[in-house]
Design a binder for this molecule. Structure first.
Ligand code: FES
Length: 98
């Protein structure tokens, strides 16, 4: 068994799955896409190691905002983001600095 596996990830964004589920979408051009899906498309991201950016859904992060999703950019683990439903992809990527 290998002790290391290479990945193309240049970073990772953790997305609260429970926040997303409560919104039933909330993002994308029609406001019906989950934020993880929008981020995967915008940042060439995914769950697999061949993606450029890891976009990983995780359990509740104990922030539980209303009408928003909690995200953690692992490049800035000391500053969690609360992203309101309806935030555009451009605003989101700008806020993430990516
Ligand atoms: S439901 Fe998302 S932080 Fe708790």
């Amino acid at each position: 068994m290998k002790s290391h596996v290479r990945s193309r990830w240049q970073g990772a964004i953790l997305v609260c799955r429970k926040c997303s589920k409560k919104l039933k979408g909330g993002f994308g051009y029609d406001g019906k896409q989950p934020i993880a899906k929008v981020l995967r498309k915008a940042l060439d991201g995914g769950k697999g190691r061949k993606a450029r950016m890891g976009i990983v859904e995780v359990g509740c992060l104990d922030i539980c905002p209303k009408g928003a999703v909690t995200l953690i950019d692992t490049a800035h683990p000391d500053e969690w983001l609360v992203v309101k439903a309806g935030t555009t992809v451009d605003d989101l990527t700008k806020r993430l600095g990516r």
